[in-house]
Design a protein. Structure first.
Lengths: 271, 788
């Protein structure tokens, strides 16, 4: 399991990365922590001719407090969020989610931007940040744009990123302690990818309620009728079947449980 | 940790001498070996499970870097026949040429300066295959219209066995008859270090040298000699530090033969290091059994008879040296375990399929038969409304019956199985669990308790293996003991230590006999040039066989040391004691170093009747009777089952085991912990599924689940040490026991938890998917249909 030959370069700033990605005949990919791309390279599932190291770019590191939101640089690691090296826009929910991403060794290198760009349907940030209504800030030569996460994932391992575009940061709205949150995932063993997950946000201050079904082999599904679901007026089995009809019996059962338990965590009710 | 380090001989928990280099990362494993001019090898492997090979086309300009079977002139295929009647022979070509018979079978070797470049070349090799339907399901492999893995065979069966002892008569007056079908899944052994080979031609020694991460260097030498047509004197095989074997490295590899040949042809050192994808996709080769088993019992719980049809998925070829039939034939002889009953019938089939050739994984057939027998027993107990410990008490062999000859003529040497069971039942506190079950859990999970009793025959020898007729029959085990000029000791043994801690335990045995400090004992092992012949490390044999041989060699050396010491001290040699590096008589003492100095440096001062053999002794050893030692254990497990997710959590795990006299109790604990962790893998996590085309479906550790530290509980181990009457110190082989009990004990615990819901598991691993399906079937949850 050795990769095909590739060139490797370090990019000092966003403009140079974008230029490298945009060049004609460029066959380049940005690499940050390498925790998803590394294995793909070794398995020869990814064969870029050039890797552009973006892990140390100042623009992608650090978190900026924008008043009502925190803008996290794309190259911030899961460990930095877990350890509180960067501020948590939420009452500790981000740190708690980070703590259960894979293994600590992976968290030391894996980045929040990398996780979103890789778009694994089971990934914690893909699901948690979508449920929190976060948005990604994208940069390409001459143009920046902002995409809400619920529009960013277009398929399993597929995003709205253009070929010459990189994630610069992800903006997470601040949540106060009056907001309620529940995130529950099922893994076969500690550190594994989730087989089913669900997230619930109830934020009366901002008038936001979201119920998300994750790890459905597709981009996460935001369920309709949130209040009815949370209040128990809608059958969870039916809701899962409508949101993810393709799931087999086992996956369906696990997702119903995930939904029930995430709602219970958010509402403080019985599981 | 069991046992404090008191003294340094037998029975002490001496800290391991090996750990100094292992824990500092200073071991020398196969991938650490660097040689000038060494080239790396990558193999082109079959992407199909079954196909005719129309051609292999080398990439243009790189023809000299690619080798196929036609380039290996005169190299014979690998053949491991059994002498058992009806065994069907097959030959595995070192590189497939006419047919490929499993995904991962090697077709060509590519050589380059680095592994990455060798993989680039391998990608460019064009393999033209005509796909054939694959044989994947061992229960259908014997259908008359099944495709043939080996074209000339009348059916896909390596060997069929049948035994019937008094079955019809014993079974007929049963009160309860319980029939079950059980399956164990195919696994990858996943040692921390994979396989690897470095081969080169040694000009000075005029010899082919093959370094291999192997458990049996002398056996590999035998095999290379046969396949390459070379005198053994032209071959040296060396095992460096080996990072785990478990049976995965008890084999002559196609890769070893191929690299050996090419190293001689190219006159360059060659290296192949197995990567994880090769291991998972091409070498899932163990544990896959199918049992149809019926238990017949009297109303008081006494077993009357057992009837079983067992199938072992033995893969595409017969691996050298264990052969394709060892495991299934072992099923028949060990299924009865430590129980006594008057009637027995068992038929087995070693079935050939388009999967990697079977190898015996730690525990071998014992894990599967323990699962089948113990889970069946619990089902019989439930039928009779008997407690699980009570039914076992009724049927286990009793201590006053030792030595016990069971219904398959296994001779149990010693042991008190009932005491073992009683201690385990007390340790897990059955009454407390029953009370807890009655109360229910706040989180809604279901609690259950499960027991498994089993025995582990180890170090069985010549008379047992002679009947198998496989290319390996263990005989006398030998060891050489040499006192160095400065009073240290060198031991040479033909077994190979790769986790067995032999550098420490054999030094402890030497200390027991000679009084040499273990820190002054050097164990030489793993090198055919430096060690006596041995069949190697397998079957939990080393501490008994190599231990006995080391003791024998040290005892002869001790006589010679006392002779010289008696001369020096003017004392009767019979009165001299060897302790703490000294030879002590009533009137004085000399050090072993003094004695060494006389022999090596001042022979003029030797006694006139000194043995000219000197201070280097080779002795051979066999146990008093070679039918094996029988260690045994009871595993008792408490689990919590989440019926919403199918997740099983182990709450408590108690092990009561008897390995006879424990040479080093800490080492035994380590063996049990490691084996039990692997057993938990079998019970709850590990499975290599194949699709209908024979494609392995778990190609990385994302899909092949190994238990990690959070999944493995703290085991509590209680040792009974009833000595074996047939080994030198009363020790018994225990290396595999930990891996035998968990699937049975955990399945029994799950079944105990879910009995009120009418759910019984009958297959491992007990995954959430399997449990949820069972719960759904039993009506415990509303049935879930997939969307229309």
């Amino acid at each position: 399991m050795k990769p095909v030959p590739f060139n490797f370069t370090f990019a000092p700033d966003v403009t140079s990365v974008a230029a490298l990605l945009a060049a004609p005949d460029a066959d380049a990919k940005p690499i940050a922590g390498g925790q998803s791309l590394g294995p793909m390279l070794n398995l020869r599932l990814a064969r870029p001719q050039m890797l552009v190291d973006v892990s140390r770019m100042a623009e992608l590191r650090g978190a900026r407090d924008e008043g009502d939101a925190i803008l996290y640089g794309a190259a911030i690691t899961h460990a930095e969020i877990e350890d509180g090296v960067v501020p948590d826009a939420t009452p500790g929910w981000l740190a708690a989610a980070a703590r259960h991403i894979a293994y600590r060794a992976v968290r030391n290198r894996g980045t929040i931007g990398g996780s979103l760009a890789h778009a694994d349907p089971a990934a914690d940030w893909v699901n948690v940040l979508t449920a929190l209504g976060a948005e990604v800030v994208l940069a390409r030569p001459g143009a920046n744009r902002v995409v809400p996460l619920d529009q960013f994932f277009v398929g399993p391992f597929a995003t709205a990123l253009a070929h010459d575009e990189i994630i610069v940061g992800v903006r997470v709205r601040k949540r106060s302690t009056t907001a309620r949150w529940g995130y529950w995932k099922f893994c076969l063993k500690s550190g594994d990818f989730a087989k089913a997950s669900a997230a619930v946000l109830i934020d009366p201050d901002r008038g936001e309620t979201r119920v998300l079904l994750g790890a459905i082999e597709r981009p996460p599904a935001l369920l309709p009728d949130c209040s009815a679901l949370i209040d128990g007026r809608v059958d969870l089995g039916q809701a899962v079947r409508q949101a993810a009809p393709h799931l087999d019996a086992t996956a369906h059962a696990l997702h119903v449980t995930a939904l029930r338990r995430a709602i219970a965590i958010a509402t403080g009710g019985a599981r | 940790m069991v046992g404090k380090q008191i003294g340094q001989g037998v029975g002490s928990s001496v800290l391991r001498l090996e750990d100094d280099r292992y824990l500092r990362g200073r071991g020398r494993f196969i991938a650490d070996i660097r040689m000038p001019g060494m080239l790396d090898v990558a193999f082109v492997r079959s992407p199909l499970a079954h196909a005719r090979v129309r051609g292999v086309t080398k990439p243009e300009g790189l023809e000299d870097s690619v080798f196929v079977m036609a380039d290996l002139a005169g190299v014979k295929g690998i053949r491991a026949d059994s002498g058992l009647a009806g065994f069907r022979s097959s030959i595995q070509p070192v590189l497939a040429d006419e047919k490929v018979r499993y995904v991962g079978e090697p077709l060509a070797a590519c050589v380059a300066a680095t592994r990455a470049e060798a993989e680039d070349i391998a990608e460019a090799v064009a393999v033209d295959l005509d796909a054939l339907p694959a044989v994947v399901d061992m229960t259908r492999a014997r259908d008359p219209d099944a495709p043939r893995v080996h074209d000339h065979w009348p059916e896909n069966v390596f060997l069929e066995t049948a035994v019937d002892v008094n079955f019809e008569a014993a079974a007929k007056d049963y009160a309860v008859r319980v029939k079950r079908t059980f399956r164990t899944a195919r696994q990858s052994m996943a040692p921390m270090e994979g396989r690897g080979v470095v081969a080169f031609w040694d000009n000075q020694a005029q010899q082919l040298v093959v370094y291999s991460s192997t458990q049996m260097p002398h056996i590999v030498r035998n095999g290379l000699s046969e396949c390459l047509g070379l005198d053994q004197g032209m071959i040296r095989v060396v095992a460096p530090d080996v990072g785990g074997g478990f049976g995965y490295k008890g084999i002559l590899l196609c890769e070893e033969v191929c690299l050996a040949y090419l190293a001689m042809k190219l006159r360059r050192p060659l290296r192949w290091i197995e990567d994880r994808r090769e291991h998972l996709t091409g070498n899932a080769n163990c544990r896959e059994h199918h049992y149809e088993i019926t238990g017949y019992a009297a109303a008081d719980g006494r077993l009357l008879a057992i009837d079983c049809d067992a199938i072992v998925d033995s893969g595409a070829y017969s691996a050298y040296p264990f052969s394709a039939c060892l495991e299934a034939a072992q099923v028949a002889s060990i299924l009865p375990g430590p129980y006594q009953f008057p009637g027995y019938r068992c038929r087995t089939w070693s079935v050939s399929t388009n999967k990697p050739p079977i190898l015996p994984f730690r525990g071998v057939a014992r894990t599967g038969v323990c699962f089948a027998m113990e889970v069946l027993l619990d089902a019989v107990a439930r039928e009779l409304k008997m407690a699980p410990d009570e039914i076992r008490r009724r049927n286990l062999v009793r201590p006053e019956q030792m030595p016990f000859v069971n219904i398959t003529k296994k001779i149990f040497d010693s042991g008190d199985y009932v005491e073992c069971l009683d201690r385990a039942a007390a340790a897990i506190d059955l009454p407390a669990i029953r009370a807890r079950q009655a109360r229910g859990e706040a989180d809604g999970r279901k609690i259950g308790v499960g027991l498994a009793v089993f025995c582990e025959q180890g170090a069985h020898g010549t008379s047992v293996y002679a009947g198998w007729g496989i290319p390996m029959v263990p005989g006398f085990e030998q060891a050489t003991a040499r006192l160095t000029p400065d009073g240290g000791l060198e031991l040479r043994v033909g077994v190979q230590s790769h986790g067995q801690s032999l550098e420490t335990t054999l030094a402890q045995i030497a200390n027991e006999v000679l009084g040499v400090a273990p820190q002054r004992v050097k164990l030489v092992h793993g090198d055919t040039a430096l060690t006596p012949y041995s069949t190697g490390t397998w079957g939990s044999r080393c501490i008994v066989m190599a231990g006995g041989a080391v003791a024998a060699a040290c005892e002869t050396l001790a006589e010679r040391l006392r002779k010289i010491a008696g001369h020096l001290l003017q004392a009767d040699p019979q009165t001299i004691r060897l302790t703490d590096g000294m030879a002590r008589a009533a009137g004085g003492e000399v050090s072993l170093k003094d004695i060494g100095a006389i022999w090596y440096l001042r022979p003029q001062d030797l006694p006139p009747d000194v043995d000219p053999g000197g201070l280097e002794v080779t002795q051979g050893y066999k146990t008093v009777r070679d039918t094996g030692t029988f260690s045994y254990a009871c595993h008792a497990v408490t689990v919590a089952v989440d019926t919403d997710t199918g997740a099983v959590e182990i709450l408590d795990y108690k092990i009561v085991e008897d390995g006879g006299v424990l040479i080093n109790p800490m080492v035994v604990d380590g063996q049990v912990y490691g084996g039990a962790a692997q057993g938990i893998g079998t019970a709850l996590f590990e499975e290599m599924p194949y699709d209908e085309n024979g494609q392995p479906m778990a190609a990385t550790f994302a899909d092949y689940h190994l238990p990690g530290a959070p999944e493995v509980p703290s085991f509590a181990i209680d040792h009974m040490q009833i000595p074996s009457p047939i080994s030198r110190f009363g020790q018994k082989g225990i290396g595999e026991g930990g891996a035998i009990g968990p699937p049975a004990a955990i399945a029994n615990a799950v079944n105990d938890a879910l009995a009120p819901l009418g759910v019984e598991v009958d297959a491992v691993p007990i995954t959430p998917a399997r449990l949820l399906a069972k719960l759904s079937q039993a009506g415990g949850k509303p049935a879930m249909e997939p969307a229309a």
